[in-house]
Design a protein around this ligand. Structure first.
Ligand SMILES: *[C@@H]1O[C@H](CO)[C@@H](O)[C@H](O)[C@H]1NC(C)=O
Ligand SMILES: *[C@@H]1O[C@H](CO)[C@@H](O)[C@H](O)[C@H]1NC(C)=O
Ligand SMILES: *[C@@H]1O[C@H](CO)[C@@H](O)[C@H](O)[C@H]1NC(C)=O
Ligand SMILES: *[C@@H]1O[C@H](CO)[C@@H](O)[C@H](O)[C@H]1NC(C)=O
Ligand SMILES: *[C@@H]1O[C@H](CO)[C@@H](O)[C@H](O)[C@H]1NC(C)=O
Ligand SMILES: *[C@@H]1O[C@H](CO)[C@@H](O)[C@H](O)[C@H]1NC(C)=O
Ligand SMILES: *[C@@H]1O[C@H](CO)[C@@H](O)[C@H](O)[C@H]1NC(C)=O
Ligand SMILES: *[C@@H]1O[C@H](CO)[C@@H](O)[C@H](O)[C@H]1NC(C)=O
Length: 787
């Protein structure tokens, strides 16, 4: 009692946990509203944008779908839920998906398939419910509640299915494809696999119930129809019993029959041939089959297979294939074939005698086998083959090595139009060859060719030379319509003049650098070009041409996005369409010329500017200042001072200074220094001035327009760090000989301006009465402090 209570609580808890567990988000959606949320360990249907068109949540751990999980995704066209753990789906879970076209519920744990799920899926075309746990199908119609089911393909069944009932496909008019797997099938209601009109293609796995031959017979009867292409999978044909049910297929007049994953013996084949005797069947296929035997089927020689024209064998594994004896006794079968494919079936030779029986054969595909130069010579009777109607020969993916044999072997096949020699190891091509005049298609893809020669037939309309080591191609092929040079080593397009009729050129994955208008115009008829994934050099010419003109000349069928720049380095990886090159990159010479011109102009303007703004003066000033900083002036001691004042004046004012100022002051005992009078002869004038200033207590400036204009300049330059070093002490005395408008003093004479601003200066009065006062003031200004 206690135990069961505990389990009950646990159950409640897990249930509530599941019910309340959050729905995860899935952000893996692209611009086309396709969301790929596969293999993410989701336990619930994830939340995606509501406008999703295709939702893939396969390979997760989703166990149930509620009514709301999908309700907002009304635009859904494709919903993939395969390989989850779905056990429960709410009966209205898909009710808002009226536009859904494809629903995949395969490989889940569904125990019952409910027609209520599909009741609103009016547009559903593809339904896959393979591999679940249901055991019965068809007690009700899958599309019971849909007015006109549009279903086209249906895949269903699993190894547990026991019972298939007739109602299942009711209301469906016609299916394109029906696939059934029924491992444990025990009961099949007649007519279950029939729709109103015959199904186009039916595939049935007999695994698990093949020994119940009455069951198999009844199924075969339902699906045999001239318009139905039938595939029987997972089947063994070894005994008379195995072959017996195929009687129904003959009676149903099936025209196309394929065995897939079949195990076959000589006995089985013989019995099957007997059972199917006189069949209207025209196509027999054998894929992924395993054969034990020697090809001794002559017991069935009396049978009639006039209608069987097409034989398709792929991936046939023959136990001890080297013991497979001559097929001479199979003439009764072989002589009717027009199309024979024996692909990937370890065929190393078809003896000349056997191929001689294939008199009607038009299409022979022996690709992916073990043919060599010698055995192909045997197969084609050393150039004298009886397969005179052959128009297509496919010997691709074999071990052929000598190209020069090929023209000789086929030269007498006067109807040969297509020859596929791809994926052999030819390496070289002879200089000249003789081909049948009818040959128009030649595939030499992946044959390790390094160069091509005039051996190529002139009659070709389609030539595939992809995946070789070619670097050039110059041969005139007047009829060529399609040329494939993909995966070689071309650095430019071939010369279009050689191919006047070429419509399609494929030259992807080479090392083509660029192409231009004249390259393309050389092809007179070119309409489609595929040249993506090359090493394009995105020069201005190429980019301009590509962006602007290619569309007028050809259609780039592989999409413009595949045209990507390889160089210059800065553009590597860019789509050529997205490159935006500036004017400067594209007109380099012009740009450089303009730049040079601008530099020269700038230089000239600078020179003029310097001249106008006295830049040289400022520079000299700066130099002087720097010099002064590095060699601080040594001030002369007070005792060296011999004069009271050094008079600085312009030559134009000499008369006034010498005749009025000097006598007046020297008479009152003031010692003046005049450079004219007191200078040491022989010394450099500047040194003299400096010395004079150094040995004078003050400097007396006689200012006039002339002085400011012509003499101040050298003062500021040369003596800036001497006595007038500090405009706040009064070592400078100014006399204004004539009124000077302060604004007329050039800005750069900042020192003078500052002195004139900070100091009262003495103006030489024009009026005689005021001159006494002027002299008085001047004498006072020149007086030494220590006096
Ligand atoms: C078919 O074989 C299975 C076992 O593989 C066997 O159980 C069944 O009875 C057989 N059915 C018939 C009709 O022989
Ligand atoms: C089903 O069809 C078979 C013949 O294929 C026939 O012998 C059998 O009587 C039919 N069964 C029913 C229930 O109609
Ligand atoms: C092929 O058929 C055999 C039984 O005939 C089966 O055991 C095997 O799984 C099948 N293989 C495939 C790939 O379906
Ligand atoms: C060729 O056949 C073998 C078995 O016979 C198979 O394993 C292989 O995958 C086949 N190759 C191709 C390319 O189909
Ligand atoms: C095959 O043809 C050769 C002649 O090319 C002939 O000698 C030989 O007997 C034939 N073999 C059979 C089995 O017919
Ligand atoms: C020749 O066989 C190969 C491989 O089976 C195939 O890819 C190719 O399309 C065939 N060529 C022709 C011309 O049918
Ligand atoms: C030439 O053969 C290759 C390999 O078999 C194939 O991929 C290609 O499509 C063929 N070329 C043409 C033009 O059919
Ligand atoms: C086009 O490119 C070719 C080289 O492939 C070159 O010789 C030719 O001068 C170019 N024509 C023009 C118009 O640029």
């Amino acid at each position: 009692m206690k135990m069961s209570l505990f389990r009950f609580i646990c159950l409640i808890l897990t249930w509530t946990h599941i019910q309340t567990s959050e729905r995860p988000n899935c952000y893996e959606c692209d611009n086309y509203h396709i969301c790929s949320c596969s293999a993410k360990d989701f336990q619930r249907v994830p939340i995606v944008p509501p406008d999703v068109l295709s939702l893939d949540v396969s390979f997760n751990k989703i166990e149930f779908i509620t009514q709301e999980d999908l309700s907002v995704y009304t635009e859904l066209r494709t919903l993939k839920l395969q390989w989850n753990k779905l056990g429960t789906i709410h009966k209205e879970a898909f009710h808002s998906q009226s536009k859904l076209e494809e629903l995949d519920l395969s490989f889940n744990n569904l125990e019952d398939i409910s027609s209520l799920w599909f009741s609103k899926l009016q547009a559903l075309k593809h339904l896959n419910i393979l591999g679940n746990r249901y055991t019965t199908l068809g007690s009700v119609a899958l599309f019971e509640f849909v007015e006109n089911p549009t279903l086209k393909t249906l895949q269903f069944g699993n190894p547990l299915v026991e019972d298939v009932r007739r109602k299942m496909l009711r209301k469906i008019r016609r299916l394109d494809e029906l696939t059934f797997v029924g491992g444990n099938l025990k009961s099949y209601e007649n007519g279950s696999f029939q729709t109103v009109e015959p199904i186009r293609a039916v595939s049935i796995s007999l695994q698990g119930f093949q020994n119940d031959s009455t069951l198999v017979c009844r199924i075969f009867r339902d699906v045999s129809h001239p318009e139905t292409s039938l595939t029987i999978r997972d089947v063994t044909v070894m005994t008379k019993e195995d072959a017996q049910p195929f009687k129904e297929i003959r009676e149903g007049c099936t025209k196309r029959l394929t065995f897939q994953n079949a195990s076959i013996t000589d006995e089985g084949v013989t019995k099957l041939l007997e059972v199917l005797d006189g069949t209207p069947m025209s196509y027999l296929g054998l894929e992924d089959a395993y054969f034990v035997g020697h090809g001794w089927w002559q017991k069935a020689q009396w049978t009639h297979y006039e209608n069987l024209h097409m034989l398709f064998i792929r991936n046939l594994e023959i136990q001890g294939f080297f013991m497979f004896s001559s097929m001479m006794q199979l003439a009764f079968l072989l002589k009717h074939f027009t199309r024979v494919s024996v692909i990937n079936s370890t065929v190393f030779v078809m003896p000349c005698n056997t191929s001689a029986l294939l008199q009607k054969v038009e299409y022979l595909d022996m690709s992916q086998n073990l043919l060599s130069d010698i055995t192909l010579q045997e197969t084609l009777c050393n150039g004298d083959s009886k397969m005179r109607k052959l128009n297509t020969l496919n010997v691709s993916y074999n071990s052929l090595k000598s190209f020069h044999l090929m023209p000789r072997l086929v030269s007498r096949l006067h109807r040969l139009t297509s020859l596929d020699l791809s994926h052999n190891d030819f390496l070289h091509m002879p200089q000249s060859c003789t081909w049948p005049a009818s040959l128009s298609f030649l595939n030499l893809s992946a044959t390790k060719l390094h160069h091509v020669t005039p051996c190529l037939p002139q009659s070709l309309t389609v030539l595939d030379l992809s995946h070789n080591y070619l670097i050039a191609f110059h041969h005139h092929l007047p009829n060529l319509v399609e040329l494939c040079l993909t995966g070689n080593r071309f650095i430019s397009l071939p010369d279009g003049g050689q191919f006047p009729n070429l419509h399609v050129l494929l030259i992807q994955r080479n090392t083509v650098n660029m192409f231009n208008q004249s390259n393309l115009m050389a092809f007179q008829s070119l309409r489609f070009l595929e040249a993506g994934q090359n090493n394009f050099v995105c020069s201005c010419d190429f980019v301009n041409f590509f962006q602007g003109h290619t569309d007028h000349l050809v259609k780039l069928r592989d999409g413009r996005r595949n045209y990507v720049c390889d160089s210059p380095f800065t553009l590597r990886g860019w789509a050529v369409d997205n490159v935006q090159q500036g004017y400067i990159e594209c007109h380099m010479i012009l740009s450089v010329s303009i730049l040079c011109f601008m530099f020269i102009l700038f230089g000239i303007i600078t020179v003029i500017f310097c001249y106008k703004c006295h830049v040289c003066w400022y520079l000299k000033m700066v130099a002087a200042w720097l010099k002064a900083k590095s060699h601080p002036a040594v001030y002369s001691s007070e005792t060296d001072i011999r004069y009271d004042a050094f008079v600085s004046y312009s030559q134009h004012d000499a008369e006034w200074v010498e005749e009025i100022l000097v006598p007046k002051l020297e008479n009152s005992g003031i010692a003046l220094c005049l450079h004219k009078r007191d200078f040491q002869p022989g010394g450099w004038i500047m040194d003299n001035i400096i010395e004079s200033i150094e040995s004078s207590y003050r400097t007396l400036f006689v200012l006039s327009e002339n002085f400011v204009k012509s003499d101040w300049c050298s003062y500021e330059l040369n003596f800036s760090h001497f006595r007038i070093r500090d405009e706040h002490n009064d070592s400078a005395v100014l006399i204004l000989l004539e009124p000077i408008v302060k604004e007329s003093i050039p800005m750069r004479f900042c020192k003078l301006r500052r002195i004139m601003n900070s100091r009262t200066y003495l103006e030489w009065p024009q009026d005689e009465d005021n001159r006494e006062e002027f002299w008085h003031n001047l004498r006072a200004a020149l007086k030494r402090e220590d006096d």
